[in-house]
Design a protein around this ligand. Structure first.
Ligand code: SF4
Length: 489
């Protein structure tokens, strides 16, 4: 397991193509990096919505028989990594219901911060939940809405949830794309001939030969039907808080996310890092694949050559069987192997996009030293990761984030590096259009744009940051006192 934040989910939808479910399958393939636990597709032929979902990668969850049972010119799909709810097929998306407003299929990327409160209230009035997914709350709110018609019932349901959401929904005869008013998660709009496509990242458009048109805007709801595309903005406007980690790590570098090339942003982060934290060295080595774009930028700005001094084994899948303890010294070598001819006798700058716990980085530094490097300098193309995410990204507890509990010098010693430097927050936000005014940076600052309920576990996580002696915080500080210190911007 690499030491990274875990991706959230990927969503895809298409309206008006006879091969809708096959194209959705391909779109999910392109979005596989956003979730590997389960995959699902719902399709409609205009009369009814059918769906199939299963655990595993897209190619494990579907075969040609499963796709053949999903006819129609409308389809939506989802790849999931569970950020809320357990990893079970019942929690896989799409969630499909039959209600007084007709059938609705829902795919969600994000995390609803008030799902627990809403769920409790719904259960008290008789709702029976089938899953532990936060998304099911929206389905119940839709089914119970007293509004007339599908569109107004969808708006009514979504108006009651808070947090991060990019939804792709489908009824018998329309596909609906929605982005929360803060715009945490991406959602792109494209065209394939006369068909419309909505998806998390533009790499999915590229795979099916579709053209990127624009992003669904924060707070926008697009309804695609035989009448064409209708756009409405039914929610109160809010401060934009697009997830900057999409650019740092989550999204594919060949995607455009929030209207910008991920590759360009990442390369710019590397350039900025070289300007802020230069060091005398012979070679720049990316930690593949995550550090490659930033290393290219770092090499460009520092005028030091970049070489692939670490080679990644791309064929390590989930089926890798851990050997017995006695021969487990493979460590990170199963995934990465050093190239001695590049590293031996050299002063090496290792570039990566983030450090979460530091466990993998330490192994890599030692491996590079073992291959003969004279000096190893670690450079990270984002600021220290200090706080957990409550908006749809799986982060470890605060106590496990190395930067939350250690000084820079302690991190250097732990990693066994000659020096360590992170990019500054300004360096990060200057690399994206709109900077701080349009992006969420909570995992670097602890300033949260959307309040979340007084959930004990969440507050305990934050407490660790707010108390200068982290080890004591969980036992000594009363939650109510700590809660007063939480910053919600
Ligand atoms: S806290 Fe970090 S990972 Fe979560 S939405 Fe904000 S920037 Fe993204």
């Amino acid at each position: 397991m690499l030491d990274k934040f875990r991706e959230e989910c990927g969503v895809f939808g298409i309206f008006g193509h006879p091969e809708a479910s096959n194209l959705t399958y391909l779109g999910l393939y392109a979005l596989q990096h956003r979730g590997q636990e389960s995959a699902g597709i719902a399709a409609s032929d205009g009369t009814s919505v059918r769906h199939h979902k299963a655990m595993g990668y897209v190619n494990e969850a579907f075969d040609s028989d499963a796709l053949a049972k999903l006819p129609g010119s409308l389809a939506i799909g989802h790849v999931r990594y569970s950020t809320a709810g357990e990893s079970l097929v019942a929690n896989a998306h799409p969630i499909v219901v039959d209600s007084v407003h007709g059938q609705l299929a829902v795919c969600h990327n994000g995390n609803l911060v008030n799902a627990g409160e809403l769920r409790d209230a719904l259960v008290r009035t008789g709702a029976i939940f089938q899953t532990s997914s936060d998304t099911e709350v929206v389905v119940h709110l839709f089914a119970r809405s007293r509004e007339e018609g599908v569109e107004t019932a969808v708006v009514d349901a979504i108006s009651q949830v808070r947090g991060a959401f990019s939804f792709v929904m489908m009824t018998r005869d329309r596909v609906i794309g929605v982005r929360d008013p803060h715009g945490f998660r991406p959602l792109a709009l494209g065209r394939l001939g006369d068909a419309w496509v909505v998806c998390s990242e533009t790499c999915a458009l590229d795979l099916i030969g579709a053209t990127y048109v624009r992003d669904v805007e924060p707070g926008e709801l697009v309804i695609i039907s035989k009448a064409g595309l209708k756009s409405i903005k039914p929610f109160a406007p809010a401060r934009q808080s697009q997830c900057i980690f999409e650019h740092v790590y989550f999204s594919r570098p060949d995607s455009y996310v929030f209207g910008e090339s991920v590759n360009e942003v990442r390369t710019q982060l590397g350039r900025a890092l070289a300007r802020e934290a230069s060091v005398e060295a012979d070679v720049i080595v990316p930690i593949p694949d995550s550090g490659v774009c930033a290393a290219i930028g770092y090499a460009e700005a520092s005028d030091i050559p970049m070489r692939m001094g670490l080679i990644r084994n791309h064929y390590v899948g989930r089926t890798f069987i851990e050997p017995q303890q006695s021969i487990r010294h493979f460590g990170v070598r199963v995934k990465l192997n050093p190239v001695r001819s590049i590293l031996e006798g050299q002063r090496v700058v290792l570039v990566d996009d983030s450090i979460v716990r530091g466990t993998t980085s330490r192994k890599i530094v030692r491996m590079v030293r073992g291959a003969g490097a004279r000096e190893v300098h670690m450079r990270i193309s984002c600021p220290p990761t200090l706080s957990p995410c409550f908006y749809g990204v799986d982060t470890p507890r605060r106590s496990e984030l190395i930067a939350a509990t250690h000084t820079l010098e302690e991190i250097r010693k732990y990693l066994d590096a000659d020096s360590v430097a992170y990019l500054s927050l300004d360096g990060l936000t200057d690399a994206v259009r709109g900077g701080k005014s349009k992006y969420c940076t909570s995992c670097y600052t602890g300033v949260y744009p959307v309040a979340f309920p007084r959930d004990e576990a969440a507050y305990l996580q934050l407490a660790l940051k707010l108390n200068p002696e982290p080890a004591k915080a969980e036992t000594s500080a009363p939650i109510a006192d700590l809660a007063k210190q939480i910053v919600v911007g």
